[in-house]
Design a protein around this ligand. Structure first.
Ligand SMILES: [Zn+2]
Length: 138
């Protein structure tokens, strides 16, 4: 492995410029991660859960594959955020979409850890999957 001294994570994130650095910093702070491979779409959790645009879904999976195989990523974050132009539904619905997206992706990628992240109206990230504490009060 070329990258055996550095650890990569993967994020399936929105294209929104406001959520790139918060997600990278959250993953670097909370996991043993040096770099985050960013896979972006407009509202990827909507794309994955609606399961209509198979070319976009295949692209996301192809890039997750690359990040896992080439960079040895062991953590895949799936992200939703406040005020998403591509996915203008409420927080509760987005959190359901995050969980559902992870359940779909887990069937393909059994050996990585999935992390669901909600980025709130102040652009602070919150872990929503897996939940060890109540989601109340986020
Ligand atoms: Zn968005």
């Amino acid at each position: 492995m070329t990258y055996n001294t550095k650890h990569f994570a993967t994020a399936v994130n929105c294209i929104d410029g406001r959520v790139q650095l918060p997600v990278i910093e959250y993953l670097k702070s909370n996991y043993d991660v040096d770099y985050v491979d960013m896979i972006t779409e407009t509202g990827p959790i909507k794309i994955i859960t609606e399961n209509v645009d198979s070319s976009k879904i295949e692209r996301i999976k192809r890039l997750i594959d690359l990040s896992i195989v080439k960079h040895g990523s062991k953590h895949v974050a799936v992200v939703g955020h406040h005020d998403c132009a591509g996915n203008s539904v409420e927080k509760e619905t987005q959190i359901e979409q995050i969980e559902a997206s992870i359940h779909i992706l887990k069937q393909v990628y059994e050996e990585v850890e999935f992390i669901g992240i909600w980025v709130d109206e102040t652009f602070q990230p919150h872990k929503v999957y897996p939940l060890k504490t109540s989601v109340m009060g986020l």
